[in-house]
Design a protein around this ligand. Structure first.
Ligand code: SF4
Length: 299
């Protein structure tokens, strides 16, 4: 299976640009989140338990240590020779610019790190942060701003306690593009109240707003979240693997050739995952996407 035959994956785009295999290394730079500390909201998004998606940060307190450990693991498993420091946990633009600068530059000084991918919320990207990231890009670093949108439906965003709306995303991406930044938009497929058609339309909307990349994964309900309680009460409709594969292949088919897919599926730590169980079988999901695309690569 070679998904790059049909999909402009992040790996494919990076190899073309840098001439070697470049892989993200996930780090936790000890930021917090305005949707948890009462600045924007309390309790966080109903699906959020940061421990479920950030495995490298558990026992490695400094950015250098995390990158060194991550590089060793990812380099060995993925045969990568260059790396992008992926500030994934919480809201990685949430802090004083001087502090952000210190943490980002610590990552950029690490050998073989060619750039940054900064995960954040659309309501947490003031111009001064965008200017800082644009400066790194002008210096030749690979820089991606990853904006968590999750859904393009304001009611769905409200239901999951996201604390921002779609207009906020549109404003953030417009400003990021005005600084010349590469933007990846993060969407979750299967949020309560979201139809498959709405997920496909959400992806099209991000393209219309010049998002350069997409990161997509199915909703996974994990322990320690508000959604885990809703699941127990029967309040979370289940998404089948087949439905998910259908949505993702439609998103891929409608995307322009240059759009970069940073992720096509995802799962959570198996100790934390409650549902759906199929998302643990990442290769089975990717295989199904591949075979759907192979059967009919274009619309
Ligand atoms: S998903 Fe992101 S924005 Fe939402 S509570 Fe978690 S860290 Fe904050």
């Amino acid at each position: 299976m070679d998904l790059t035959r049909y999909v402009n994956t992040f790996g494919k785009a990076m190899r073309r640009k840098h001439g070697c295999k470049v892989h993200k290394v996930s780090i936790n730079a000890a930021f917090t989140c305005p949707n948890r500390d009462a600045t924007k909201g309390i309790g966080g998004c109903t699906f959020c338990n940061n421990a479920s998606f950030n495995v490298n940060a558990q026992n490695a307190p400094t950015i250098d240590q995390q990158l060194c450990e991550g590089k060793a693991v990812v380099g060995r498993k993925k045969n990568a020779s260059k790396f992008i420091a992926y500030f994934q946990a919480y809201t990685s633009t949430y802090g004083d610019v001087a502090l952000l600068e210190q943490r980002y530059e610590q990552a950029l000084r690490t050998p073989d790190v060619v750039g940054l991918s900064i995960g954040t919320r659309p309501d947490c990207v003031p111009d001064e942060v965008l200017r800082l990231l644009a400066r790194y890009q002008e210096q030749g670093h690979e820089v991606w701003l990853e904006l968590g949108l999750q859904s393009a439906n304001d009611e769905v965003l409200r239901q999951v306690n996201r604390g921002h709306d779609v207009a906020c995303y549109k404003d953030a991406i417009k400003r990021a593009k005005s600084f010349g930044l590469q933007v990846c938009t993060h969407l979750i497929v299967g949020l309560p109240g979201e139809t498959p058609e709405a997920s496909v339309d959400a992806a099209a909307m991000t393209t219309d707003h010049n998002s350069d990349g997409l990161k997509i994964h199915p909703l996974h309900v994990v322990k320690g979240t508000q959604m885990a309680r809703q699941l127990k009460q029967g309040g979370i409709p289940s998404l089948s693997q087949e439905q998910y594969v259908d949505v993702v292949t439609r998103i891929i088919r409608q995307a322009p050739d240059e759009q970069t897919f940073h992720r096509l599926t995802g799962t959570a730590n198996e100790q934390l995952l409650l549902a759906p169980q199929w998302c643990q079988r990442k290769w089975s999901v990717l295989n199904a996407i591949y075979h759907r695309l192979a059967a009919c690569p274009a619309t």
